[in-house]
Design a protein around this ligand. Sequence first.
Ligand SMILES: Cc1cc2nc3c(=O)[nH]c(=O)nc-3n(C[C@H](O)[C@H](O)[C@H](O)COP(=O)(O)OP(=O)(O)OC[C@H]3O[C@@H](n4cnc5c(N)ncnc54)[C@H](O)[C@@H]3O)c2cc1C
Length: 538
Amino acid sequence: MAAKYSSDVIIVGGGLAGLAAADDLIGFGKEVLVLERDLPENVGGLARKSFGGLMFVGSPEQRRFRITDSPELAWSDWQSYAEFEDDDVLPREWAKVYVENSIEFIYDWLKRKKVSFLPITNWTEHGFDRRGNSVPRWHITWGTGYAIVEAVLKSLFDHPARKNLQILFSHRGEEPDEQGGHIVGVAGHREDTGEEFTAHAGAIVLASGGICGGDLSKVRRYWNKELGSRPSVLLNGSHRYADGLMLDTVSRHGGKLTHLDQHWHYAAGIYHPVPKQDNDGLSLVPPRSALWLAACGRRFAPIPLVSYTDTKYLVELICKSPGQYSWQVLNWKIAIRELAVSGSDYMTAIRNKQRLRFLRELLMGNKILVNRLMKESEDFVSAGSLSELAGKMDELSQPGFKIDREGFLKDVRDYDAQVAAGIEHFRDEQLLMIANFRKYRGDRIRLCKYQRIDDPKAYPLIAIREFILSRKSLGGIQTDMKSRVLSDTGSDLPGLYAIGEAAGFGGGGIHGKRSLEGTFLGSCILTGRVAAEAIAKG
Ligand SMILES: Cc1cc2nc3c(=O)[nH]c(=O)nc-3n(C[C@H](O)[C@H](O)[C@H](O)COP(=O)(O)OP(=O)(O)OC[C@H]3O[C@@H](n4cnc5c(N)ncnc54)[C@H](O)[C@@H]3O)c2cc1C
């Protein structure tokens, strides 16, 4: 006999979007049942693993750092970066709601849950051939994304209406139940026992995440041709249940899926030292003072690759280069000051809220992280000379590729000669970019002051082999401004809502082609809260 459940609202997926919706819904007096495929220790989905960087516009942290921002400026940046198509009406509207309400809907909501942010706002995605963030907007959560999830869970479990919330783990939602044109429930199976279940409610909210995890087959199927061809090695930076199962079934029930070919991949992925799934990857935040080299060991030309510019452009250039992977060449001094990992598991001082250690690492460098990566990662090699380094890179090169020794030595020496010549003689685009980055106080503290690569005082030399890493789906289920799922004809599917990554973070693709960063977690909260209000107020 299949188990039967009922509630006012059923949420399929207990990631940040699902939990945010649940929190507001029980506040509105609704009974909520969350169906989550995963185990209790993974509740919170990707947010639990995330860095916890959020985009806010006009925050107290920005003001304290004398950063002048406004919804108008952010809206202009977002449109420039997104390259929305003419018919992206709903994605555009959602984006506008984000920039106009990021403080009230997201920042204040998190603050009420005692979430706090580092005092220095980061300046991500400056843009490359189109404008990205005109000002710093990326607020890192003290405690990383892990702290966000813990704060939302605490809010749920301490809530006076706690009894109205039930979370069932190992429950995989599969098929919406449609009766008389209304979605009234969802059927599925338990992951652990295989038993069948059905669940019924007045409203069903899909919060099951994107398609950029699972076995990556959907990422390959919907590969964006603008990026060039699919790389032969593609690392998985998402989770095993981000397989788009619910998107497929919603589409069978007439729900519209849009922008499935828009993904947010990262250019500096390494194999996860402790893999939990096939091709599991870690995304590095690449040092800007490192040289970014193609598979052959030469710098990308005519413009060198530098992170914090335009992630889509970095990915595209690497996908279009022979080998479709890259190297970063640096030294110990650069690594301890500039290298970071995007994720809670490796940024342990922030994750564990160790204030003194964090300050020490900011001032003296993060030796613990670099030592750990050098010890654990198969993609790191180190050496005491450039020719020894090139030899070790050769051993790690993909079949059919070798380091062009002469070219490699020339590129490093040319760069180092420019550094030695001094700032007034810089012609190298990377050095000019670094000089520009260093004008911002928040970047100066995280950047070396024009550091040579082949500098014995900064040894050992380090090379990192990097692959494209798949992380987030920018498209998904099309929703209206109340998070209701829309059909191909534009009418809503009564009773059905979609939020977070499942809904392309709002409207089926709030980001267009690019994200200004920190907009993923933020949009999960925004879309989850909008759905909760729409359901509660009818
Ligand atoms: C390492 C890392 C770092 C990141 N850093 C940042 C950052 O700094 N800033 C930022 O904005 N974003 C960041 N992100 C992205 C962000 O974390 C995600 O986009 C966001 O958390 C997605 O939330 P979600 O609730 O929509 O989906 P998910 O987190 O994917 O949650 C979906 C949940 O649904 C469950 N599920 C799936 N299918 C079913 C089903 N059929 N039935 C029942 N349950 C199901 C899953 O198990 C999962 O728990 C990062 C992501 C990662 C992995």
